[in-house]
Design a protein around this ligand. Structure first.
Ligand SMILES: Cc1cc2nc3c(=O)[nH]c(=O)nc-3n(C[C@H](O)[C@H](O)[C@H](O)COP(=O)(O)O)c2cc1C
Length: 173
């Protein structure tokens, strides 16, 4: 079971196709979204739920409520915004996908994170620090030559989804 998590950056709108690609690799997939990403994709949530067979999760369950998803074998968090990368690094876990991902390495669940932030946001000194902290936390961060390279503001090259799915495939070996 792969948890495919997305935050509110434009590549998240491609998640239905990414789910199909992941399923094409033989994986069972469930989708989780930050609250803002959920708003962006709200009209396509029924399609995502139909495709995956699982509810799209964006909030923590209540105490005593059972989890709606089977346990994860790996997490792919892509696209991960400036906000979500920094939140995971400094431990602000109000969003379920951020909290789950922050906790996953400690539970032995492999995590792949691929950021999506333009070069202006990536120039903020916290961003490199956060990427370093996530790597220190044993997450694989596809940033730089190995994955996403910050784009010029307003210019959106294709998001390297294939690299992200390949990294998950490696993590599952
Ligand atoms: C059209 C649009 C595009 C955006 N693109 C990005 C982006 O590529 N990277 C990013 O970090 N934030 C981007 N943002 C800002 C995030 O959506 C915003 O910071 C949001 O609070 C992130 O919340 P989340 O990390 O909980 O999803 C964009 C916002 C809009 C309206």
């Amino acid at each position: 079971m792969i948890y495919l998590f997305g935050a509110a950056a434009p590549p998240v709108l491609q998640l239905p196709d990414v789910v199909r690609s992941a399923q094409g690799r033989g994986w069972d997939v469930a989708v989780g979204l930050t609250p803002t990403a959920y708003e962006w994709l709200e009209e396509r949530v029924p399609e995502l739920e139909e495709l995956t067979g699982y509810p799209v999760k964006s909030a923590y369950r209540r105490p005593g409520q059972p989890d709606v998803l089977p346990p994860a074998d790996a997490v792919l968090f892509a696209p991960a915004t400036f906000n979500s990368v920094n939140s995971m690094a400094i431990g602000i876990t109000t969003s379920w996908v951020v909290g789950f991902t922050a906790e996953a390495p400690g539970k032995g669940i492999p995590v792949v994170v691929m950021p999506c932030a333009n070069s202006a946001l990536a120039a903020h000194p916290q961003f490199d620090r956060s990427v370093a902290v996530l790597r220190e936390a044993r997450m694989q961060v596809l940033y730089g030559e190995s994955g996403f390279e910050p784009n010029t503001p307003g210019v959106r090259p294709p998001y390297p989804w294939a690299a992200a799915l390949d990294a998950v495939g490696q993590a599952l070996l």
